[in-house]
Design a binder for this molecule. Sequence first.
Ligand SMILES: *Cc1c(COP(=O)(O)O)cnc(C)c1O
Length: 397
Amino acid sequence: MALQIPFSPPDITEDEIQAVSQVMRSGWITTGPRVREFESALQNYLGVKDIVCLNSATAGLELVLRMWGIGEGDEVIVPAYTYAATANVVLHTGAVPVMADCAPGSFNIDPQEIHRKITPRTRAVIPVDFGGWPADYDEIIRVLEEHKSDFKPAHPRQESLGRILLLADSAHAFGAEYKGRKLGGVADITVFSFHAVKNLTTGEGGAVAFSDTLAGADLARELRLWALHGQNKDAHAKQLAGGWRYEILLPGYKHNMTDLAGALGLVQLKRYSSLMGSRKKLYEYYDFLLSEGEWFIRPPFQSADKLSSWHLYPLRIRDAGEEKRDRLILAMNQAGIGVNVHFIPLPLHPLYQRLGYVIRHYPEAYRMYENEISLPLYSQLSQESAEQVVTQLEKLV
Ligand SMILES: *Cc1c(COP(=O)(O)O)cnc(C)c1O
């Protein structure tokens, strides 16, 4: 049965369709001028100098780890409360994902947990800005600085930074702000996702932003190599007159963004402040509608230090456990409303259980998960539909 109120459809207008059609008619559909244009538009929007677009956030996270010389024998700290991508990229490199619990009452990683989990093998930490709500970056950086004196670099990149790498999984948080700065320039390296369900979409896609405190131009150049077979020219440069000769410099992967995606992203970015505005309004409306109940714990979206990108509305049902929450989801679905759970903590999945992770070591993550229910949130959701969602939910609760 099709849902009457879906969970998160993409917002695509005639402008996106026109832009992609133009690329299709142009004779050049893969990485080329549209991707370069999208990268500079992203640089302007985020206020950072160096950005590389790729075909996913997952690819970005993995390539950064590889570029940083991370592999077997190394450890990377990731949240227990995240999507599989954050941990799987670590597994791909041969390193061990070390999971950290949530801060009490928060969906985000606990900086104190990071402190406790750091060992001489720790090479990177990957916080997630869950639902668009920024992680506690200053506290995390303080922890990494504290451990600076016992950091032993095992790669020139690690040596030049001089401490554990702060690599942000900002898949949810494009446009979110921390202490007045847009994410992208806050962590050492920040990875965004443009997957179909994310705030800004290119169908599939992602971008890696380098903080201005790093040698960003140099890093961006190397990342482009890693993303395209280590080839020193992309296909577009090769097809220009006299451009046939190229060199393979390192054993790279195949993770470049297409111009079809770049064109889509350019239009989405132009519309982005309006897309964000609709999400913010809905967020505030949900907050208003749900404010009466002693039943609900609402997600944060604005504080002195942080501004959300309003990616998810992760509501918690006070005192509910997994079983009650699951029944609620079923009943909401039966009423034609698309709701979801973000996320099933990694230690509850068979893969990570086989690898030895146990949920009881992450009690805060479990507490956040057991009563979480993500309400529909997307730019075209009407106020009437939002009201219908809340009415139905309150009735069921
Ligand atoms: C969506 C998501 C990713 C992966 O993004 P892709 O672009 O699909 O690779 C990574 N981390 C989190 C937290 C996500 O939600």
